[in-house]
Every structure is written in structure tokens, then in C-alpha cells.
Design a protein around this ligand. Structure first.
Ligand code: E4P
Length: 219
């Protein structure tokens, strides 16, 4: 499973990119707003940091405007993927943009039906939101499982991005279920890299090594 980072914060992207594990970035209007900077500039700067799909979301909701905005976003850089919300107007826009050869990521997906519609409209990626399904008392991972199974059964090539990831379990389960990609917040990446037994192991290795060095010096 590939890892994308779900943020518009350049420091976070830079830090995780240095681990050599980052294959792409997803942003959304809320993440861009959190940075308080110009949308186009932020997106452009992200393309300098990561050489992979960078999802930039449209901020309009009728097909005509989404198509215009999508074309403009795609002109920023060859790696831009136009992120479009899963609505009837969104499907129309994806269908036109995909025929133009523009890559799209259909976002705010909460069911297999929506994922199938998006895939059939020509979406390059679909983003089912695990955390937000869990938040309303349903099973976000079950939704991922249905989409993965159906896409495999029907040989659908649209790639599945596990989104709205809140914890390590979401990442592990998405991998086990066969999801193509997980888009992960910075905080969860940090949790993934750490384990209390790793810290404890390093501590005891250091202690034993210091004692060994002292013994050898005193011989
Ligand atoms: C996906 O592309 C979205 O940006 C993101 O995963 C939403 O996550 P949230 O539910 O934590 O806001």
C-alpha cells in the first residue's frame, strides 16, 4: 500500500518526505484554509516537495465551474490531481475532465454505490472517508472492504485511497483489506514510526554498550 500525506502544511510534508516513504499528497479546502495562504501558491510549493499525485480540490459545486477550475488547477503542474466532491454535478465534471486526460480524485465517498458511480465516470482515484463514517456510529473499514472487493471482482482500475484516517488501526486494516493507498495525517505518521518496545530496546542497547565500552577501557 502506498502512503500519501493528508495536509497542506509544507513543514509536515517536508519532514515525512525525508523518510523516503511519501508517494503523494492530498489537500482539501479546510486543510488549505488552516494554512491561511494563497491556494495556488501552496499547491505549487507542494509540487516542488513531492514527485507524485497532488490532490487539489475545486471550490465550486456546479459542473461547468468545476470543469473550469479543474482545468486551471491541472495547468499548475503535471502531477496535479483534481479533487471533486461526490455529487451529480461532480460526476459530470469528472466525466469531462477524464476525457481531457486530467486525473481526478472523487472525494467525500461514504458508500460502495458512490465509489462505483465515481469509477464509472472515469475517476482516477476514489476517496472513501473512514473516520467520518466511524464518527456517526457506522463502520468505516467495512465500507473500504466492500469497495476493495467490488473493484477486484469487476476489474475496476480506479485506485482506492483510504481517507479520513484517524489512527494506526485504520492504516493497518486498510492495508490488510487491500486498499491501494492511505492518505495519512502527519500525527498518525509519527505514531506509526514509534513503538514503546523500540524505545525500550534502544535504551537497553545504549546502556549495555556504555557498560561494555567502560569494561574494555579498564582492561
Ligand atoms: C481526504 O482526502 C480528506 O482530505 C481527508 O482525509 C479528510 O479527513 P478528515 O475527516 O479527518 O477531515
Amino acid at each position: 500500500m502506498e502512503f500519501f500525506i493528508d495536509t497542506a502544511n509544507l513543514e509536515e510534508i517536508q519532514e515525512i518526505a525525508q523518510w523516503g516513504i511519501l508517494r503523494g499528497v492530498t489537500t482539501n479546502p479546510s486543510l488549505i484554509a488552516k494554512e491561511g495562504r494563497d491556494f495556488r501558491t501552496v499547491v505549487q510549493e507542494i509540487t516542488d516537495l513531492v514527485d507524485g499525485p497532488i490532490s487539489a480540490e475545486v471550490n465550486s459545486y456546479d459542473a461547468k465551474s468545476m470543469i473550469e477550475e479543474g482545468r486551471e488547477l491541472a495547468s499548475i503542474h503535471k502531477n496535479i490531481v483534481v479533487k471533486i466532491p461526490m455529487t451529480e454535478e461532480g460526476l459530470k465534471a469528472v466525466s469531462v475532465l477524464s476525457k481531457d486526460g486530467i486525473k481526478t480524485n472523487v472525494t467525500l465517498i461514504f458508500s460502495l454505490n458512490q465509489a462505483l458511480l465515481a469509477a464509472n465516470s472515469g475517476a482516477t482515484f476514489v476517496s472513501p472517508f473512514i473516520g467520518r463514517i466511524d464518527d456517526i456510529g457506522y463502520d468505516g473499514l467495512a465500507c473500504i472492504e466492500e469497495i476493495v472487493d467490488a473493484f477486484i471482482t469487476h476489474g475496476i482500475e480506479t485506485r482506492i485511497i483510504a481517507a479520513s484516517i484517524r489512527n494506526i488501526l485504520h492504516v493497518n486494516q486498510s492495508a490488510l483489506l487491500g486498499c491501494d493507498i492511505a492518505t495519512i495525517p502527519y500525527k498518525v505518521f509519527k505514531q506509526m514510526a514509534h513503538h514503546p518496545l523500540t524505545d525500550k530496546g534502544i535504551e537497553s542497547f545504549q546502556k549495555d554498550w556504555e557498560q561494555h565500552t567502560k569494561k574494555v577501557e579498564n582492561k
